[in-house]
Design a binder for this molecule. Sequence first.
Ligand code: PBG
Length: 312
Amino acid sequence: MSREIRIATRKSALALWQAEFVKARLEEAHPGIRVSLVPMVSKGDKLLDAPLAKIGGKGLFVKELETALLENEADIAVHSMKDVPMDFPEGLGLYCICEREDPRDAFVSNRFDSLDALPAGSVVGTSSLRRQAQLLARRPDLKIQFLRGNVNTRLAKLDAGEYDAIILAAAGLIRLGFEGRIRSSISVEDSLPAGGQGAVGIECRTADSEIHALLAPLHHQATALRVIAERALNKHLNGGCQVPIACYAILEGEQLWLRGLVGEPNGGKLLRAEGRAASADAEALGVKVADELLKQGAGDILKAVYGEAGHP
Ligand SMILES: NCc1[nH]cc(CCC(=O)O)c1CC(=O)O
């Protein structure tokens, strides 16, 4: 195979780690192949001080990469599945989902061992409405303070003393070698993860069957089934941007078990639903659990959040 594979990637440490990971796996699977990185800056990386929901949502992190694919300046784009919008532009699609890393949220602090050990009134940094809703539901006394930026920036802000603790995805910390900063992993019962959290996906041109074949050895079907169910739930709830929606699927043999949650950002109300289905019906399962949440009133909660964010 003489062709080169060009990987479009953001320049954050985590994005580069993921791109290098995919590069190494491709080189391992196809000895002799040339793989290069095409680093680029996304709009989401430039607007670091605004809440994501207010500046147009997650899509901001992938648009530049998708343009590079469509203009044939790169062949694949590596994404955190958590950040990938539900729908792809004409001509692009997701052709590979790699094995999932730890999907849980992690409690990071320089002074306390766990959420339960935090004194009343402690300041916790996160700008995820999903994390905020679940935190406040358990600990209404906590003060949630805005925290964005890449993983290194967030840790530096914690170390500067701005927060008593921060919540980050375990996967990002582990990948960047910061596993030692995790004081405790928060159970999925206490903080249901975001759809796709911990999984890396690869997007490419629909028509590029040569690339599809080269990506096949990196695909992890068990992860893909879980993420398909989670994304179907998100899509059915119109969870395209940063919203207080959580969902998490696991495989029990051939069966998928999907749990979903929609919460008021202030933690006042958390709606939960769950369901099981054959893994072949992953997508239908996501829709079913989403419908259950809608029946409980999820639509009103999400409408209120979208309203505040300024895009319906
Ligand atoms: N929202 C940013 C983002 N996108 C993916 C991860 C972590 C790694 C992953 O979920 O694969 C993070 C950081 C975080 O939430 O702490």
